[in-house]
Design a protein around this ligand. Structure first.
Ligand code: NDP
Ligand code: 2IT
Length: 450
Protein backbone atom coordinates (compact mmCIF):
# COMPACT_ATOMS: atom_id res chain seq x y z
CA UNK A 1 0.00 0.00 0.00
CA UNK A 2 1.19 3.52 -0.77
CA UNK A 3 1.46 6.13 1.99
CA UNK A 4 -1.16 8.39 0.35
CA UNK A 5 -3.62 5.48 0.11
CA UNK A 6 -3.02 4.59 3.77
CA UNK A 7 -3.70 8.21 4.77
CA UNK A 8 -6.94 8.38 2.78
CA UNK A 9 -8.21 5.05 4.13
CA UNK A 10 -7.44 6.00 7.70
CA UNK A 11 -8.97 9.47 7.37
CA UNK A 12 -12.17 8.07 5.84
CA UNK A 13 -12.61 5.81 8.85
CA UNK A 14 -11.74 8.60 11.28
CA UNK A 15 -14.24 10.95 9.64
CA UNK A 16 -17.00 8.36 9.92
CA UNK A 17 -16.30 8.11 13.65
CA UNK A 18 -15.94 11.87 14.13
CA UNK A 19 -18.42 13.66 11.87
CA UNK A 20 -18.56 17.45 12.01
CA UNK A 21 -15.04 17.88 13.43
CA UNK A 22 -13.15 19.59 10.58
CA UNK A 23 -10.30 21.06 12.65
CA UNK A 24 -9.63 17.72 14.35
CA UNK A 25 -9.62 15.89 11.02
CA UNK A 26 -7.33 18.55 9.52
CA UNK A 27 -4.77 18.16 12.32
CA UNK A 28 -4.88 14.35 12.13
CA UNK A 29 -4.54 14.41 8.34
CA UNK A 30 -1.34 16.42 8.49
CA UNK A 31 0.21 14.10 11.09
CA UNK A 32 -0.95 10.95 9.28
CA UNK A 33 0.54 12.17 5.99
CA UNK A 34 3.88 12.67 7.76
CA UNK A 35 3.97 9.28 9.48
CA UNK A 36 2.18 7.02 6.98
CA UNK A 37 5.33 5.70 5.32
CA UNK A 38 6.93 5.02 8.69
CA UNK A 39 3.84 3.10 9.85
CA UNK A 40 3.79 1.06 6.63
CA UNK A 41 7.49 0.27 7.08
CA UNK A 42 6.79 -0.94 10.65
CA UNK A 43 3.79 -3.28 10.27
CA UNK A 44 3.58 -4.00 14.02
CA UNK A 45 2.23 -0.46 14.37
CA UNK A 46 -0.68 -1.40 12.11
CA UNK A 47 -1.33 -4.62 14.04
CA UNK A 48 -1.23 -2.62 17.29
CA UNK A 49 -3.83 -0.20 15.80
CA UNK A 50 -1.61 2.68 16.82
CA UNK A 51 -3.29 5.25 14.56
CA UNK A 52 -6.73 4.33 15.88
CA UNK A 53 -5.49 4.52 19.48
CA UNK A 54 -3.51 7.73 19.19
CA UNK A 55 -6.45 9.62 17.63
CA UNK A 56 -8.98 8.55 20.27
CA UNK A 57 -8.89 10.78 23.38
CA UNK A 58 -8.38 8.87 26.62
CA UNK A 59 -11.21 10.92 28.11
CA UNK A 60 -13.42 13.88 27.13
CA UNK A 61 -15.29 15.85 29.76
CA UNK A 62 -18.04 18.30 28.82
CA UNK A 63 -19.91 20.22 31.44
CA UNK A 64 -22.36 23.03 32.19
CA UNK A 65 -20.90 26.31 33.45
CA UNK A 66 -23.69 28.47 34.93
CA UNK A 67 -22.90 31.95 36.25
CA UNK A 68 -24.65 35.25 36.95
CA UNK A 69 -23.71 38.38 35.00
CA UNK A 70 -23.53 41.95 36.33
CA UNK A 71 -27.19 42.57 35.49
CA UNK A 72 -28.24 39.58 37.57
CA UNK A 73 -29.05 37.46 34.53
CA UNK A 74 -28.15 33.77 34.45
CA UNK A 75 -25.68 32.75 31.74
CA UNK A 76 -24.90 29.22 30.64
CA UNK A 77 -21.64 28.27 28.94
CA UNK A 78 -20.16 24.91 28.05
CA UNK A 79 -16.87 23.69 29.50
CA UNK A 80 -14.51 21.08 28.06
CA UNK A 81 -11.41 19.14 28.97
CA UNK A 82 -9.98 16.73 26.41
CA UNK A 83 -7.48 14.36 28.07
CA UNK A 84 -5.88 13.11 24.91
CA UNK A 85 -2.81 11.11 25.80
CA UNK A 86 -0.96 10.30 29.03
CA UNK A 87 1.78 8.05 27.63
CA UNK A 88 4.54 10.52 28.54
CA UNK A 89 3.18 12.15 31.70
CA UNK A 90 0.17 13.92 33.20
CA UNK A 91 -2.11 15.58 30.66
CA UNK A 92 -0.82 19.10 30.00
CA UNK A 93 -2.21 21.88 27.88
CA UNK A 94 -3.98 25.19 27.91
CA UNK A 95 -7.53 26.39 28.41
CA UNK A 96 -9.13 28.50 25.67
CA UNK A 97 -12.04 30.86 26.32
CA UNK A 98 -13.49 31.98 22.99
CA UNK A 99 -16.97 31.78 21.43
CA UNK A 100 -15.64 29.56 18.63
CA UNK A 101 -14.67 26.79 21.09
CA UNK A 102 -16.29 23.44 20.29
CA UNK A 103 -15.38 19.76 20.53
CA UNK A 104 -13.56 19.76 17.19
CA UNK A 105 -11.30 22.66 18.18
CA UNK A 106 -10.62 21.17 21.61
CA UNK A 107 -9.69 17.80 20.08
CA UNK A 108 -7.43 19.29 17.42
CA UNK A 109 -5.60 21.31 20.06
CA UNK A 110 -5.26 18.33 22.42
CA UNK A 111 -3.99 16.15 19.56
CA UNK A 112 -1.38 18.72 18.52
CA UNK A 113 -0.44 19.24 22.16
CA UNK A 114 0.45 15.56 22.56
CA UNK A 115 3.20 15.73 19.92
CA UNK A 116 4.31 19.23 20.92
CA UNK A 117 4.77 18.21 24.54
CA UNK A 118 6.72 15.16 23.41
CA UNK A 119 9.06 17.39 21.38
CA UNK A 120 9.90 19.44 24.48
CA UNK A 121 11.48 16.23 25.91
CA UNK A 122 9.75 16.99 29.25
CA UNK A 123 7.46 14.39 30.86
CA UNK A 124 4.07 15.74 29.81
CA UNK A 125 1.07 14.09 28.16
CA UNK A 126 -1.35 16.04 25.97
CA UNK A 127 -4.62 17.76 26.86
CA UNK A 128 -6.64 20.88 26.16
CA UNK A 129 -9.75 22.49 27.50
CA UNK A 130 -11.80 25.62 27.56
CA UNK A 131 -15.19 27.11 27.05
CA UNK A 132 -17.30 29.07 24.59
CA UNK A 133 -17.26 31.91 27.13
CA UNK A 134 -16.09 35.20 25.56
CA UNK A 135 -14.08 37.34 28.03
CA UNK A 136 -14.23 40.34 25.66
CA UNK A 137 -16.42 43.07 27.10
CA UNK A 138 -16.95 41.26 30.42
CA UNK A 139 -16.15 42.95 33.74
CA UNK A 140 -13.47 41.55 36.04
CA UNK A 141 -16.26 40.40 38.35
CA UNK A 142 -18.00 38.50 35.55
CA UNK A 143 -14.75 36.86 34.48
CA UNK A 144 -14.09 35.85 38.09
CA UNK A 145 -17.54 34.36 38.60
CA UNK A 146 -17.26 32.47 35.34
CA UNK A 147 -13.79 31.13 36.22
CA UNK A 148 -15.02 30.04 39.66
CA UNK A 149 -17.98 28.17 38.21
CA UNK A 150 -15.78 26.60 35.50
CA UNK A 151 -13.24 25.41 38.10
CA UNK A 152 -15.91 24.14 40.47
CA UNK A 153 -16.53 21.39 37.93
CA UNK A 154 -13.09 21.09 36.31
CA UNK A 155 -11.34 20.48 39.66
CA UNK A 156 -12.80 16.96 39.76
CA UNK A 157 -10.69 15.93 36.80
CA UNK A 158 -7.34 17.67 37.32
CA UNK A 159 -4.41 17.58 39.75
CA UNK A 160 -0.67 18.13 39.78
CA UNK A 161 0.00 14.47 38.85
CA UNK A 162 -3.12 14.02 36.72
CA UNK A 163 -3.76 17.00 34.48
CA UNK A 164 -2.21 20.48 34.61
CA UNK A 165 -4.03 23.22 32.66
CA UNK A 166 -2.59 26.61 31.65
CA UNK A 167 -3.57 29.56 29.44
CA UNK A 168 -4.39 29.87 25.75
CA UNK A 169 -6.60 32.30 23.80
CA UNK A 170 -8.67 34.33 26.26
CA UNK A 171 -6.94 32.85 29.30
CA UNK A 172 -4.03 34.88 30.67
CA UNK A 173 -2.68 35.81 34.08
CA UNK A 174 -5.98 37.23 35.35
CA UNK A 175 -7.96 34.10 34.50
CA UNK A 176 -5.29 31.71 35.83
CA UNK A 177 -5.41 33.64 39.12
CA UNK A 178 -9.17 33.25 39.47
CA UNK A 179 -9.01 29.58 38.44
CA UNK A 180 -6.19 28.83 40.86
CA UNK A 181 -7.97 30.58 43.74
CA UNK A 182 -11.08 28.45 43.28
CA UNK A 183 -9.09 25.24 42.84
CA UNK A 184 -7.17 25.92 46.06
CA UNK A 185 -10.36 26.76 47.92
CA UNK A 186 -12.23 23.61 46.92
CA UNK A 187 -9.35 21.14 47.13
CA UNK A 188 -7.68 22.78 50.12
CA UNK A 189 -4.24 22.30 48.63
CA UNK A 190 -1.57 24.64 47.31
CA UNK A 191 -0.02 22.71 44.42
CA UNK A 192 1.22 23.32 40.91
CA UNK A 193 -2.01 22.14 39.31
CA UNK A 194 -2.12 25.16 37.00
CA UNK A 195 0.81 26.82 35.23
CA UNK A 196 1.15 30.43 34.18
CA UNK A 197 0.62 31.37 37.83
CA UNK A 198 1.53 34.80 39.21
CA UNK A 199 5.18 35.31 40.11
CA UNK A 200 4.27 35.89 43.77
CA UNK A 201 2.45 32.57 44.15
CA UNK A 202 4.30 29.80 42.35
CA UNK A 203 4.64 31.05 38.80
CA UNK A 204 7.87 30.77 36.83
CA UNK A 205 9.85 33.72 35.64
CA UNK A 206 9.63 33.99 31.84
CA UNK A 207 6.45 31.89 31.45
CA UNK A 208 4.51 34.90 30.05
CA UNK A 209 7.30 35.59 27.55
CA UNK A 210 8.15 31.97 26.77
CA UNK A 211 5.94 31.16 23.78
CA UNK A 212 6.82 34.30 21.80
CA UNK A 213 10.50 34.16 22.76
CA UNK A 214 10.65 30.48 21.88
CA UNK A 215 9.15 31.19 18.45
CA UNK A 216 11.98 33.64 17.79
CA UNK A 217 14.66 31.27 19.10
CA UNK A 218 13.31 28.56 16.82
CA UNK A 219 13.13 30.89 13.81
CA UNK A 220 16.75 31.95 14.42
CA UNK A 221 17.80 28.30 14.26
CA UNK A 222 15.94 27.74 11.01
CA UNK A 223 17.23 30.90 9.39
CA UNK A 224 20.83 30.28 10.48
CA UNK A 225 20.79 27.20 8.26
CA UNK A 226 20.31 29.57 5.31
CA UNK A 227 22.65 32.29 6.47
CA UNK A 228 20.20 34.96 7.61
CA UNK A 229 18.36 35.95 10.77
CA UNK A 230 16.24 38.62 12.44
CA UNK A 231 19.03 41.22 12.22
CA UNK A 232 18.00 43.73 9.56
CA UNK A 233 14.85 41.80 8.59
CA UNK A 234 11.27 43.04 8.34
CA UNK A 235 8.76 40.95 10.30
CA UNK A 236 4.97 40.73 10.11
CA UNK A 237 3.10 39.34 13.09
CA UNK A 238 -0.60 38.55 13.46
CA UNK A 239 -2.40 38.71 16.78
CA UNK A 240 -1.81 41.16 19.59
CA UNK A 241 -2.12 38.81 22.54
CA UNK A 242 0.39 36.97 24.68
CA UNK A 243 2.26 35.16 21.93
CA UNK A 244 2.27 38.05 19.44
CA UNK A 245 3.43 40.57 22.04
CA UNK A 246 6.48 38.63 23.14
CA UNK A 247 7.36 37.45 19.64
CA UNK A 248 7.36 41.14 18.66
CA UNK A 249 9.53 42.07 21.62
CA UNK A 250 12.15 39.37 21.03
CA UNK A 251 12.24 39.88 17.24
CA UNK A 252 13.02 43.55 17.83
CA UNK A 253 15.67 42.73 20.42
CA UNK A 254 17.26 40.42 17.86
CA UNK A 255 17.53 43.30 15.39
CA UNK A 256 14.35 43.03 13.31
CA UNK A 257 11.78 45.67 12.41
CA UNK A 258 8.30 44.43 13.37
CA UNK A 259 5.74 46.22 11.20
CA UNK A 260 2.37 44.63 12.03
CA UNK A 261 0.05 43.31 14.69
CA UNK A 262 -3.63 42.40 14.46
CA UNK A 263 -6.76 41.27 16.26
CA UNK A 264 -10.00 39.76 15.07
CA UNK A 265 -11.20 43.20 13.86
CA UNK A 266 -8.20 44.14 11.70
CA UNK A 267 -4.47 44.82 11.39
CA UNK A 268 -2.10 47.71 11.90
CA UNK A 269 0.86 48.38 9.61
CA UNK A 270 3.61 50.58 10.99
CA UNK A 271 6.42 50.91 8.40
CA UNK A 272 8.62 52.61 11.02
CA UNK A 273 8.50 49.51 13.21
CA UNK A 274 7.18 48.84 16.69
CA UNK A 275 9.93 50.23 18.92
CA UNK A 276 10.19 49.83 22.68
CA UNK A 277 7.95 52.77 23.51
CA UNK A 278 5.25 51.57 21.08
CA UNK A 279 5.56 48.03 22.41
CA UNK A 280 4.97 49.28 25.96
CA UNK A 281 1.86 51.05 24.68
CA UNK A 282 0.58 47.81 23.10
CA UNK A 283 1.27 45.90 26.31
CA UNK A 284 -0.80 48.35 28.37
CA UNK A 285 -3.48 48.59 25.68
CA UNK A 286 -4.04 44.83 25.49
CA UNK A 287 -3.29 43.65 29.02
CA UNK A 288 -4.46 46.52 31.21
CA UNK A 289 -7.00 48.54 29.23
CA UNK A 290 -8.07 45.51 27.18
CA UNK A 291 -8.54 47.74 24.13
CA UNK A 292 -8.40 47.07 20.39
CA UNK A 293 -5.36 47.18 18.09
CA UNK A 294 -7.14 49.88 16.00
CA UNK A 295 -6.23 52.31 18.80
CA UNK A 296 -2.53 51.89 17.92
CA UNK A 297 -3.08 53.67 14.62
CA UNK A 298 -4.97 56.46 16.40
CA UNK A 299 -2.04 56.92 18.79
CA UNK A 300 0.79 56.60 16.22
CA UNK A 301 0.19 58.43 12.91
CA UNK A 302 3.00 56.46 11.20
CA UNK A 303 0.67 53.46 11.31
CA UNK A 304 -2.35 52.55 9.18
CA UNK A 305 -5.27 50.42 10.32
CA UNK A 306 -6.73 47.92 7.87
CA UNK A 307 -10.18 46.97 9.08
CA UNK A 308 -11.09 43.31 8.65
CA UNK A 309 -7.73 42.44 7.10
CA UNK A 310 -4.91 40.08 8.01
CA UNK A 311 -1.32 41.34 7.74
CA UNK A 312 -0.14 38.84 5.10
CA UNK A 313 -0.32 41.31 2.22
CA UNK A 314 2.45 43.40 3.79
CA UNK A 315 5.95 42.93 2.37
CA UNK A 316 8.17 41.08 4.84
CA UNK A 317 11.15 38.77 5.20
CA UNK A 318 9.70 36.78 8.09
CA UNK A 319 6.06 36.09 8.98
CA UNK A 320 5.04 34.97 12.47
CA UNK A 321 1.34 33.99 12.65
CA UNK A 322 0.44 34.30 16.35
CA UNK A 323 -3.37 34.67 16.44
CA UNK A 324 -5.41 31.53 15.71
CA UNK A 325 -6.00 28.47 13.52
CA UNK A 326 -6.42 28.74 9.75
CA UNK A 327 -5.42 32.40 9.58
CA UNK A 328 -3.07 31.89 6.60
CA UNK A 329 -5.14 30.59 3.69
CA UNK A 330 -3.96 29.91 0.14
CA UNK A 331 -4.29 33.55 -1.12
CA UNK A 332 -2.39 34.78 1.96
CA UNK A 333 0.37 32.23 1.29
CA UNK A 334 0.59 33.38 -2.35
CA UNK A 335 0.91 37.00 -1.20
CA UNK A 336 3.69 36.08 1.23
CA UNK A 337 5.62 34.22 -1.49
CA UNK A 338 5.13 36.98 -4.08
CA UNK A 339 6.30 39.63 -1.63
CA UNK A 340 9.57 37.82 -1.02
CA UNK A 341 8.93 36.34 2.42
CA UNK A 342 11.63 33.80 3.28
CA UNK A 343 10.44 32.25 6.53
CA UNK A 344 7.06 31.44 8.08
CA UNK A 345 7.37 30.36 11.71
CA UNK A 346 4.15 29.53 13.54
CA UNK A 347 3.40 30.95 16.97
CA UNK A 348 -0.27 29.98 16.89
CA UNK A 349 -1.58 26.41 16.70
CA UNK A 350 -2.32 25.29 13.12
CA UNK A 351 -2.53 28.86 11.73
CA UNK A 352 -1.73 27.72 8.19
CA UNK A 353 -4.21 25.70 6.13
CA UNK A 354 -2.91 22.60 4.29
CA UNK A 355 -3.28 24.37 0.90
CA UNK A 356 -1.28 27.31 2.19
CA UNK A 357 1.42 25.04 3.63
CA UNK A 358 1.77 23.41 0.21
CA UNK A 359 2.25 26.83 -1.42
CA UNK A 360 4.78 27.97 1.16
CA UNK A 361 6.80 24.75 1.12
CA UNK A 362 6.46 24.46 -2.67
CA UNK A 363 8.07 27.87 -3.09
CA UNK A 364 11.01 26.76 -0.94
CA UNK A 365 10.38 29.04 2.05
CA UNK A 366 11.43 27.97 5.52
CA UNK A 367 8.26 26.82 7.28
CA UNK A 368 7.77 25.41 10.76
CA UNK A 369 4.57 24.06 12.31
CA UNK A 370 3.40 25.43 15.64
CA UNK A 371 3.89 22.15 17.44
CA UNK A 372 7.63 22.69 17.01
CA UNK A 373 8.07 26.46 17.05
CA UNK A 374 5.51 27.42 19.72
CA UNK A 375 6.52 24.66 22.15
CA UNK A 376 8.49 27.11 24.30
CA UNK A 377 5.32 28.06 26.17
CA UNK A 378 4.38 24.60 27.33
CA UNK A 379 8.06 23.76 27.86
CA UNK A 380 8.31 26.63 30.33
CA UNK A 381 5.08 25.40 31.92
CA UNK A 382 6.95 22.13 32.39
CA UNK A 383 9.78 24.10 34.02
CA UNK A 384 7.20 25.76 36.28
CA UNK A 385 5.98 22.30 37.33
CA UNK A 386 9.56 21.27 38.13
CA UNK A 387 10.15 24.38 40.23
CA UNK A 388 6.85 23.79 42.09
CA UNK A 389 7.78 20.17 42.77
CA UNK A 390 11.22 20.95 44.15
CA UNK A 391 9.86 24.07 45.92
CA UNK A 392 12.46 26.30 44.35
CA UNK A 393 12.45 29.30 42.04
CA UNK A 394 14.94 29.59 39.24
CA UNK A 395 16.33 32.90 38.00
CA UNK A 396 15.26 34.41 34.73
CA UNK A 397 18.65 33.51 33.27
CA UNK A 398 18.29 29.87 34.33
CA UNK A 399 14.83 29.55 32.79
CA UNK A 400 15.94 31.32 29.61
CA UNK A 401 18.93 28.98 29.28
CA UNK A 402 16.58 25.95 29.57
CA UNK A 403 14.22 27.48 27.02
CA UNK A 404 17.09 28.09 24.59
CA UNK A 405 18.32 24.51 24.94
CA UNK A 406 14.82 23.06 24.50
CA UNK A 407 14.12 25.09 21.33
CA UNK A 408 17.54 24.13 19.98
CA UNK A 409 16.85 20.45 20.66
CA UNK A 410 13.40 20.61 19.04
CA UNK A 411 15.03 22.13 15.98
CA UNK A 412 17.62 19.32 15.93
CA UNK A 413 14.84 16.70 16.19
CA UNK A 414 13.02 18.29 13.23
CA UNK A 415 16.24 18.25 11.19
CA UNK A 416 16.96 14.62 12.16
CA UNK A 417 13.53 13.36 11.07
CA UNK A 418 12.71 15.89 8.35
CA UNK A 419 15.96 16.19 6.43
CA UNK A 420 15.28 15.71 2.72
CA UNK A 421 18.54 14.05 1.87
CA UNK A 422 20.54 15.57 -0.92
CA UNK A 423 18.34 18.66 -1.30
CA UNK A 424 19.63 20.71 1.63
CA UNK A 425 15.97 21.18 2.62
CA UNK A 426 14.34 20.28 5.91
CA UNK A 427 10.65 19.37 5.96
CA UNK A 428 9.88 20.66 9.45
CA UNK A 429 6.31 19.36 9.27
CA UNK A 430 7.44 15.81 8.67
CA UNK A 431 10.32 16.19 11.12
CA UNK A 432 8.16 17.44 13.98
CA UNK A 433 5.37 14.94 13.37
CA UNK A 434 7.63 11.93 13.00
CA UNK A 435 9.85 12.79 15.96
CA UNK A 436 6.79 13.29 18.18
CA UNK A 437 4.88 10.31 16.85
CA UNK A 438 7.61 7.68 17.27
CA UNK A 439 8.23 8.47 20.92
CA UNK A 440 4.53 8.71 21.86
CA UNK A 441 3.65 5.56 19.90
CA UNK A 442 6.48 3.46 21.37
CA UNK A 443 5.62 4.65 24.89
CA UNK A 444 1.98 3.66 24.36
CA UNK A 445 3.02 0.21 23.19
CA UNK A 446 5.35 -0.24 26.18
CA UNK A 447 2.38 0.39 28.46
CA UNK A 448 0.12 -2.25 26.90
CA UNK A 449 -3.45 -2.01 25.65
CA UNK A 450 -4.73 0.75 27.93
P1 NDP B 1 -4.48 35.75 23.39
O1 NDP B 1 -5.89 35.59 23.79
O2 NDP B 1 -3.52 36.39 24.33
O3 NDP B 1 -4.39 36.54 22.02
C1 NDP B 1 -5.02 36.05 20.88
C2 NDP B 1 -4.88 37.08 19.77
O4 NDP B 1 -5.34 36.49 18.57
C3 NDP B 1 -5.73 38.31 20.01
O5 NDP B 1 -5.10 39.41 19.42
C4 NDP B 1 -7.02 37.93 19.30
O6 NDP B 1 -7.80 39.03 18.88
C5 NDP B 1 -6.51 37.17 18.11
N1 NDP B 1 -7.53 36.23 17.67
C6 NDP B 1 -8.14 35.28 18.42
N2 NDP B 1 -9.06 34.63 17.71
C7 NDP B 1 -9.02 35.18 16.49
C8 NDP B 1 -9.74 34.94 15.31
N3 NDP B 1 -10.68 33.99 15.24
N4 NDP B 1 -9.43 35.71 14.22
C9 NDP B 1 -8.46 36.67 14.29
N5 NDP B 1 -7.77 36.94 15.39
C10 NDP B 1 -8.03 36.22 16.46
O7 NDP B 1 -3.97 34.28 23.00
P2 NDP B 1 -2.48 33.74 22.85
O8 NDP B 1 -1.59 34.80 22.36
O9 NDP B 1 -2.14 33.01 24.10
O10 NDP B 1 -2.67 32.62 21.73
C11 NDP B 1 -2.49 32.90 20.34
C12 NDP B 1 -2.23 31.60 19.60
O11 NDP B 1 -1.05 30.98 20.13
C13 NDP B 1 -3.32 30.54 19.72
O12 NDP B 1 -3.36 29.79 18.53
C14 NDP B 1 -2.81 29.64 20.85
O13 NDP B 1 -3.36 28.36 20.79
C15 NDP B 1 -1.33 29.65 20.55
N6 NDP B 1 -0.44 29.31 21.64
C16 NDP B 1 -0.48 29.96 22.83
C17 NDP B 1 0.42 29.65 23.83
C18 NDP B 1 0.47 30.37 25.11
O14 NDP B 1 1.38 30.08 25.91
N7 NDP B 1 -0.40 31.32 25.39
C19 NDP B 1 1.39 28.55 23.65
C20 NDP B 1 1.41 27.99 22.32
C21 NDP B 1 0.50 28.36 21.38
P3 NDP B 1 -9.15 39.43 19.63
O15 NDP B 1 -8.71 40.21 20.82
O16 NDP B 1 -9.90 40.22 18.63
O17 NDP B 1 -9.85 38.14 19.99
O1 2IT C 1 -0.84 25.63 22.98
C1 2IT C 1 -0.08 25.61 23.97
O2 2IT C 1 0.97 24.99 23.97
C2 2IT C 1 -0.47 26.39 25.15
N1 2IT C 1 -1.50 27.06 25.11
C3 2IT C 1 0.36 26.34 26.40
C4 2IT C 1 0.01 25.13 27.21
C5 2IT C 1 0.67 25.04 28.56
O3 2IT C 1 0.35 24.08 29.25
O4 2IT C 1 1.50 25.89 28.92
Amino acid sequence: MKAAEFTEQFLAQLEARNPGQPEFLQAVRVVTSSVAQYVLDHPYLIKEKIMERITEPERVVMFRVPWVDDRGEIQINRGYRVQMNSALGPYKGGLRFHPSVNLSIMKFLAFEQTFKNCLTTLPMGGGKGGSDFYPRGKSDGEVMRFCQSFMTELQRYIGQDTDVPAGDIGVGGREIGFLFGQYKRIRDEFTGTLTGKGLNWGGSLLRPEATGYGVCYFAEEMMASRGFGFEGSTVTISGAGNVAQFAAKKARELGAKVVSLSDSDGSIYDPDGIDEEKWNYVYMLKNVRRGRIREYAEKYPTATYFKGQRPWGIKCDIALPCATQNEIEAPDAKALVENGCKCVCEGANMPTTPDAIAIIQGAGLLYSPGKASNAGGVATSGLEMTQNSIRQKWTREEVDAHLHTIMHDIHSACVKYGDEEGTGNVDYVKGANLAGFIKVAESMLDQGVV
